[in-house]
Design a protein around this ligand. Sequence first.
Ligand code: BEZ
Length: 269
Amino acid sequence: MSRLPRPNSTLRPGERVVEQRWDPARYRRNAAFVAELGQPLLELLAPEPGERILDLGCGDGALTALIAARARVFGVDASAEQVAAARARGLEAAVADGTRLAFDAEFDAVFSNAALHWMRDPDAAIDGVWRALKPGGRFVAECGGAGNVETVRRALAVALARRGVDAEAASPWYFPAPEEYRARLERRGFRVVSLALVPRPTTLPGALADWLDTFAESFLATVPPQTRPTVEAEVEDMLRDELADAAGIWTVDYVRLRFVAAKPPEARA
Ligand code: BEZ
């Protein structure tokens, strides 16, 4: 199977994107909306009793627990801290790299909310999902799509360029265009049932600086710790008129790529 180009073409040999770390307490404080706004995706998954479902990028298990109320579910996440938080809810979960899944035709469905955009090798992630699914299984997912958090990306790029840093080279995010992701799914053999880019302006529970602390660690890690609050303040200053209202409530330009894809019943591994 030939591959579409890797998305991180700006990385030079030897350069590495700094890994995002997940602190469950900080995540609960600043990112509970991720699971809340993911609930429509759960309805699209429509888990049935008796089904076995893989939650790819289960995070702290907030949505996994809702699936568990309706079907059998196993969560995987790259963060040991988030997996521990999911297990503390009584869920079955394990640490796994989403681009190196090792399941073999075990699941009726693979579900993924707000996780695929952290996986820099999309073909490897799609391949692992394909192998994890039984023939006839479905892949129901949502991630950031083309244009996601574009205003924040641009402001971060300006603030970091002032310090000689190429923000694109530091980016851990992959926000594909719909036609690109459809091509990747179809190339692996999936039948795309639906796939759409959905703008979803998202109101934050706190300051934009808290959002940056929670989600933009890879960018902030390119400057010394004592400089990070200044970078965050500059980003807020650049975006306040556009993204904050008079009461100081921030709404960020999220864009979701939402899709359902089927592994045909006649498919072999
Ligand atoms: C998201 O689209 O869910 C997202 C992507 C990158 C950083 C934060 C959130």
